[in-house]
Write a protein that binds this ligand. Structure first.
Ligand SMILES: [Mg+2]
Length: 248
């Protein structure tokens, strides 16, 4: 299928913790409600000893809190990127599809989006199931058996959508973003993702806020008068932004 066949369709995949929310809400939630046991689990995850799926299995066994207390906590801890709402509007105007892909938990992402009237944004994440009088369960509706490491296989989601889009833009910051970003056309990264891309010589555009992503896409992937004019992919995209930064 050619670019013309799809009308220049763009998909933007956004990580949530540390990206849409500047704080890592999931990490704080587990630290707060696991009685200290999360620290060891998280260390095993960060070192690569276990994947997030196994980390969540271990965490679910020690998670102690009801839905109301957790909800109150996450709404307090969230720090939505101040430019994210404008970015969402930009995507709508341009006809870009926007999807949140997260290896965190659906209930807090959806609650935080709802609290900002952004609940129409689709979310693919791990699922927490609360049952009265029992510990919550964690389920993995977006897992893949490719390697079986992540709760949410973001690369699997990207691949399942690849044929419907001309360009896939990826915005993220963490371990679960490394794999999918290798298959995206334009990558915006910070923190661990940016470090890995730099180390591996992969194109990655550094960003601080979603305003940076919006600026770049409006210069390079916007479609004035309803026609698609974006032609950037990978290395070219990264080269352009560095040029721009040097010029400022
Ligand atoms: Mg993240």
């Amino acid at each position: 299928m050619t670019q013309t066949d799809r009308g220049g369709k763009v998909l933007v995949l956004c990580d949530f913790d540390g990206t849409v929310s500047r704080t890592d809400v999931g990490n704080r939630l587990f630290r707060r409600f696991s009685g200290g046991g999360w620290r060891e689990i998280d260390a095993a995850y960060v070192s690569g000893e276990v994947g997030s799926r196994e980390a969540y299995r271990r965490a679910a066994a020690i998670l102690d809190g009801d839905a109301d207390r957790m909800l109150e906590f996450v709404l307090r801890e969230a720090d939505l990127d101040p430019d994210f709402r404008a970015f969402r509007s930009f995507c709508r105007e341009q006809g870009h599809d926007l999807l949140i892909v997260s290896d965190g938990l659906d209930f807090y992402i959806e609650a935080i989006l709802r609290s900002h009237s952004l609940e129409e944004i689709p979310v693919h994440a791990n699922r927490i199931v609360f049952r009265p009088g029992q510990r919550p369960d964690i389920e993995f509706p977006w897992a893949s058996e490719d390697c079986g490491l992540c709760g949410t296989c973001k690369r699997g989601i990207l691949r399942s959508m690849r044929n419907r889009y001309d360009r896939i833009v990826y915005v993220g910051n963490g371990h679960s973003d490394v794999c999918p970003s290798a298959e995206a056309d334009v990558v915006f990264g910070r923190d661990h993702l940016l470090e890995v891309c730099r180390r591996e010589g992969r194109p990655c555009i550094p960003f601080e806020r979603f305003g940076d992503v919006l600026d770049f896409l409006s210069r390079n992937l916007s479609r004035p008068s309803g026609t698609h004019n974006g032609r950037l992919r990978g290395a070219n995209a990264a080269g352009r932004i560095e040029e721009n930064q040097t010029g400022r």
